[in-house]
Write a protein that binds this ligand. Sequence first.
Ligand code: PRT
Ligand code: ZN
Length: 285
Amino acid sequence: MEKLKIAVQKSGRLSEKSLDLFSECGINLTSSSGKLISVASDFPVEILFLRDDDIPQYVSDGVADVGIVGENVIYEKEKHLEVVEKMGFGKCRMSLAIPKTEEYNGPKYFDKKRIATSYPNILKKWLSDNKIAADIHEISGSVEIAPGIGLSDSIFDIVSSGSTLFMNNLKEVEVLIKSEAVMVATKNLSQRKKEILTELLFRFRAVQKGKKNKYIVLNAPLNKVNDIISIIPGMKSPSIVPLAKDGWCSLHSVLNEKDFWQVIGQLQEKGAEGILVIPIEKMIV
Ligand code: PRT
Ligand code: ZN
């Protein structure tokens, strides 16, 4: 039986979240520790565990059908792959940083400077777009220590919280790209593999949507129901269940996580009481 081959990072920052995706979608993988390949007992997928740097090539060659990898790696490898889904994790940016004590006067600062990086291609393109002649020092790890040991004047690297730069007395001066983990697919997937991918994405989106929303239950006086419905309209419209107490009802609806605190205050103002907020596991609209 045909299986969709999915490349994920073997061990690193994206591994755990990539694997969570399968369990949340009800896909049980055979034990994955230390293995190169894992199969699912109840869904037609096969997982290939690779270094993230190799994933764009594997997907582009069709050895893997889809892969989960940072956009930064795809840009660096200069592969034009179709992004089928943004995964919502592994968010970071790629930035140029210089010693804290230096004055920065715009991109021209980097003219004739030595820049250490593990991402020479993304950097080269930015330098050439800005007509800057800098000296790129390609190193494979611990880029942030390069200026401190005299290997370079500045660095181009991944930044997330900024604490690595801070601890190395560097400051971020240009953000070249923003990145997150994405799912990419190879060209010319067979009809069957496209169907498997569609089912996988359907499940993934249901889980994601569930995470972004909350189920809300509250008690309200009947004369305030219309006001309250206008604040939490729900998926189609809220359910209203009568309470044993006269003149009151219980109202059930769905609320976007990001509006949560603002909306709760408005509901209380309108007379809502006994508000319960419950996580949603999956949501299919
Ligand atoms: O072994 P393999 O080659 O597979 O893994 P890797 O070591 O190349 O990659 P890994 O696991 O470190 O990162 C995988 C992906 O996670 C990256 O390609 C990015 O898409 C994404 N990502 C998200 C990050 C970060 N955030 C991140 N903060 N990758 C690396 N970092 C490092 C960065 O290099 C720097 O050293 O964290 C440090 C900066 O973090 P802050 O929080 O101090 O700013
Ligand atoms: Zn890597």
